[in-house]
Design a binder for this molecule. Sequence first.
Ligand code: F0G
Length: 458
Amino acid sequence: MKTIIEPFKIKSVEPIRFTSKEERKKILIDAGYNPFLIHADDVLIDLLTDSGTSAMSAKQWAGIMEGDESYAGSKSFYRFESAVKNITGHQYIIPTHQGRAAEKILFSITGGEGKYIPNNTHFDTTRANIEFTGAEAVDLLNETGKHPEQKADFKGDMDIDALVKFIDETGVKNIPMVMLTITNNSGGGQPVSMKNIKEVRQICDKYGIPMFLDACRFAENAYFIKKREPGYSDKSIIEICREMFSYSDGATMSAKKDALVNIGGFLSLNNEELATKCRNLLIVTEGFPTYGGLAGRDLEAVAQGLEEVVDEHYLQYRIRSTEYLGEKLVANGVPIIEPPGGHAIYIDAKRFLSHIPPHQYPGQSIVCELYIDGGVRTVEIGSVMFGKYDKKTGELIPPPMELVRLAIPRRVYTQSHIDYVSEVVIEAFKNREKLKGMEITYEAPMLRHFTARFRPID
Ligand code: F0G
């Protein structure tokens, strides 16, 4: 087999700015050792997120010029609506400015005190939007998905027995919906199998509960099904996508991921009554139902992106570039969540820095080293992001995993960029004994990872 190449030529380039190691040390100190507080211009390779960071195609940029900015009934809306329907098959398509806006609207109507919403793993905005209404967000991930070193094809699957038990104990009337996040971002970008989607659907049918997809990375999930699940190798990506969505009653979507745009999202539904309520709320918070917080040109770019993302050459390159980085790291002994997920590599900071305990934030220490040594920006997903304090003792209660995410923007970096990233990580791994734990010097009461300040412990 020959090298899998980037399935595009580069027409427009954006220079990246080189800095010296000395400069980066100073920049990081000024930012309180928190890369969220660094100017993007001081970053060489930015792997903070794959969200809203995609490179758009020439056709998407052309669509931007074609955008119809009419307040009501814009032609761009109808193109957008038809592109979303083509993939989801859902009947009511509601544009929103990004994924969390769709979540906010959906849960404002379906959530509330005493309600519970299970998922394989809720993303943090999904959880926050559910909890904001007084409802509870419940994670029911299968056991293998919780162990970084255990390899399996579909580590994003929901634990079906746990779901049945949960519904029986909680009562159907308290569960407005069951969700599945495809792929499972918080669990390592791991895919969910069609078998699991079908099983969740069957349980939902049995109990009469609606089933929703958090569909941000639906195309990446479909590609994994094609490659790994028996019976799907001859199906096209669009067929697989349609089948996945056919088991659902609705979906929330951040177009900033698998619609290859810098802003956008939607809520898609089959229930007319729910759609009417959502549209009414949309008008209050986002805008008229034919633009929902977006410009007409944004809707054009989403419509075009949805066509491009289901291209098999694109997905082959996309999934391979993530896997390629993972392979290089594993070959050099770097512990990561295996197998690599769709959009990111997750370093297992607990095994990487076994001498640094969770309350000294091993993930943050790696994040800082990757920036200082190579100008690579990544994000800690561990005790900084999800740690809680014991109300009585004040001690940190760490989450199950200490991770560092290297999220790969779509169509942005070439193979040599990825080679460079692997060299930086491998170098940090070789020097791991020298890395120090961190302590927090400032933190906000909520979502502290965005603004916290740190210092290394001597
Ligand atoms: N659901 C999942 C699975 C996500 O990964 C995200 C965003 C959202 C919902 C919310 O979408 O940002 O458009 O409001 N994830 C980004 C990330 C921020 O970096 O993983 P949004």
